[in-house]
Design a protein around this ligand. Structure first.
Ligand code: SGN
Ligand code: CA
Length: 499
C-alpha cells in the first residue's frame, strides 16, 4: 500500500458523493452545450461554479454495473471481474469504502448500486434491487426489504437527509453515497414536472439522421437508434394505461392519437418526447441535489464537506440518432464530473486533464488520508481539484466494452484516446473477419462522423495509436482475449436478476 498522508493536521473532510444513472454531460448547464439556454441543472451548476468542472472525465466501460464496480474497486472491469451487467460482483474484494471504514470514517450508501448481493464496507446501506423502480421503489438493506412511497429521486434524497440528521455520528467524518436511479430508461419523471418544457422545442443534434456512412459494422447494426429501437409504448408512454385520463401522459396520448406523425416527423416527435421526459427526470435529480446542499448548509457541514457529482456514464441525446450508451464515442464514453470543496477548490475552476472512473476510489482514499492499495489502477484527483496537476499525469485512456451479444447489440470493443486521436478496435462475434478499426480526430471532428481508419494518410497515426493501445493493455494487465470467452453463452438467468 502507498503511504497514508498524515502531514495535514486539518480535520478530515466529509465526502458527499452524488451519482446518477445515465446522466449526459450535454444536459448539464455548466457544460455549456446545446441545452444550456433551458437552464436544465441549476444546482449541479452551483457545485461547478463554486468549485470545479472536469471537461475530460471518462469511464472505462460505458455501462451501469461495471461502472459501479470500477467506482468501488478503482480497477478496470477485467480486474474487478464485473465486465458486464450480467455476472455476479465479488463483494469480498478490496473496495475503497472498506478502507475508509478502517480509517475512522462512517460510510453509507443509499440508492442504485446495481450489484446484487450484500454490500460490504458500509455502516449503513439501503439500495434499490437491480435497476430499481421509479415509483414506490423497494429497497434492500441489512434488515431485508422495505418499500417507500413516492418518486425514487425524492425517496432516495429523503433517506439521505434522514441519515444525515438521525444516524450520522458527530464524532466521525462521513462518506455518504447518494445514487439516483433517474434518468435511466424509461425516463419516468415525477408527475409534478410534466408541465415543464411543455411548450419548448428542444434543440436537435446535427447528426440526428446520421447514416453511419464512414463507420463500420457496429454503428450500422446497433439497436439503440431512436427511429428503429425506441418503443412507443414502453419508452414514450403511448397507449395502454397511459392513454387513460388519470395518467400523467394523457395529453401526450391525445395529441398522438390525433396527429399520428410518420417518417422523419415521427423521429422528431420521438426525440422531443424522449428528451422532455429525460430532462424532467434530470430536473428532479437536480432539485433533490439542491435539498442535499441546503441540508449541509443548515447543519453547518458545508465548509468541511467535499461534494462531488458524477454519473455511471454518459448517454446519447439523439446524437448519431441514438439513445443509450455503451460505445466509446464521446457522448457515452464521457461522464459529467463536478466538485465543490470550500477553501480547497478555487471557485470556477475548469480541469481538462484526462481523468477516468478508475480514479474515484483513490481520490476518496486520498481525501481521507488513507492508504491506496498498490493494485488500484487509477490516480487520486485531489491534486487536480486543488489546481496542481502532477507533471506525469496520464496522456492516454484505455476503454473496453464487453456486453455482446446483449441489449442494444453493441459489438465488443476496446480503444485508446489521447485527447485528440481516438482509435477503436471492434472485435469478436458478428464483426467481419473478427476485427474492425476506427480512427477519429476529435480536434476537427468532435462528433466523430469521419472514420479515418482506412485512409492511407493516417497510417502513421494508426501505427502510433496501436502502440499506445498495446502499452496500455500491458500497463493495466488486460488478459489476452480468447475466442472461447466471446462464444460463451450469455448467462441469461443472472441477466434477468440484475438487469
Ligand atoms: C435495460 C434497458 C436498456 C439498458 C439496460 C442497461 N432496457 O435493459 O435500455 O441499456 O437496462 O442499463 S429497459 O427496456 O429495461 O429499460 S444500465 O444503466 O443498467 O446499464
Ligand atoms: Ca447507467
Amino acid at each position: 500500500m502507498a503511504k497514508a498522508d498524515t502531514s495535514s493536521a486539518s480535520p478530515k473532510p466529509n465526502i458527499l458523493w452524488i451519482f446518477s444513472d445515465d446522466h449526459s454531460y450535454q444536459t448539464i448547464g455548466a457544460y455549456g452545450k446545446r441545452f444550456k439556454s433551458l437552464n436544465p441543472s441549476p444546482n449541479i451548476d452551483r457545485i461547478a461554479n463554486e468549485g470545479i468542472r472536469f471537461d475530460r472525465a471518462y469511464v472505462a466501460n460505458s455501462i451501469c454495473a461495471p461502472s459501479r464496480a470500477t467506482l468501488l474497486t478503482g480497477k478496470h472491469s477485467h480486474l474487478n471481474g464485473k465486465i458486464d451487467n450480467r455476472g455476479p460482483f465479488n463483494h469480498d474484494q478490496q473496495q475503497f469504502q472498506k478502507i475508509l471504514q478502517q480509517h475512522g470514517y462512517q460510510t453509507a450508501m443509499i440508492g442504485k448500486i446495481h450489484l446484487s448481493g450484500k454490500m460490504q464496507g458500509f455502516d449503513y446501506w439501503d439500495v434499490l434491487p437491480g435497476q430499481g423502480r421509479y415509483n414506490n421503489p423497494t429497497f434492500v438493506s441489512e434488515k431485508g426489504n422495505s418499500q417507500s412511497e413516492g418518486h425514487s429521486s425524492d425517496v432516495i434524497t429523503d433517506k439521505a437527509l434522514a441519515w444525515l440528521k438521525g444516524q450520522r455520528q458527530k464524532n466521525k467524518p462521513f462518506m455518504l453515497m447518494v445514487h439516483f436511479k433517474a434518468p435511466h430508461r424509461n425516463w419516468t419523471p415525477a408527475k409534478r414536472f410534466m408541465e415543464k418544457y411543455q411548450d419548448v422545442t428542444i434543440p436537435e443534434p446535427e447528426n440526428l439522421f446520421d447514416d453511419y456512412a464512414t463507420r463500420g459494422t457496429a454503428a450500422h447494426e446497433q439497436t439503440l437508434n431512436i427511429e428503429r429501437s425506441m418503443r412507443l409504448a414502453g419508452d414514450l408512454k403511448i397507449g395502454g394505461r397511459h392513454s387513460k385520463p388519470n395518467s400523467q401522459f394523457y395529453s401526450r396520448n391525445q395529441w398522438f392519437e390525433k396527429n399520428r406523425p410518420k417518417g422523419k416527423e415521427l423521429v422528431r416527435w420521438k426525440y422531443q418526447t424522449y428528451l422532455k421526459d429525460y430532462l424532467r427526470c434530470t430536473w428532479g435529480v437536480d432539485e433533490n441535489i439542491g435539498r442535499l446542499l441546503d441540508a449541509l448548509k443548515s447543519q453547518n457541514l458545508d465548509d468541511n464537506t467535499i461534494v462531488m457529482y458524477s454519473s455511471d456514464q454518459g448517454f446519447y441525446m439523439g446524437e448519431h440518432g441514438w439513445f443509450d450508451k455503451r460505445f466509446m464515442y464521446e457522448e457515452s464514453f464521457r461522464t459529467p464530473l463536478v466538485a465543490r470543496w470550500p477553501g480547497k477548490i478555487k471557485p470556477g475552476s475548469v480541469n481538462t486533464d484526462l481523468v477516468q472512473n478508475i480514479d474515484f476510489a483513490e481520490t476518496f482514499l486520498d481525501l481521507a488520508g488513507a492508504p491506496v492499495p498498490e493494485d488500484m489502477q487509477g490516480k487520486s484527483l485531489v491534486p487536480l481539484l486543488k489546481g496542481k496537476t502532477p507533471d506525469k499525469w496520464r496522456k492516454n485512456l484505455y476503454y473496453h466494452y464487453y456486453e455482446f451479444p446483449g441489449a442494444h447489440s453493441v459489438r465488443r470493443h476496446e480503444g485508446v484516446f489521447d485527447g485528440r486521436w481516438k482509435l477503436i478496435r471492434f472485435y469478436g462475434p458478428k464483426v467481419p473477419n473478427g476485427e474492425e478499426w476506427e480512427l477519429y480526430n476529435l480536434d476537427n471532428d468532435p462528433s466523430e462522423m469521419n472514420n479515418l481508419a482506412s485512409n492511407p494518410e493516417y497510417a502513421q497515426t494508426i501505427k502510433t495509436m496501436k502502440q499506445k493501445l498495446s502499452s496500455l493493455r500491458k500497463q493495466y494487465k488486460v488478459p489476452k482475449e480468447s475466442k472461447e470467452d466471446w462464444e460463451k453463452k450469455p448467462q441469461k438467468k443472472k441477466a434477468k436478476a440484475s438487469q
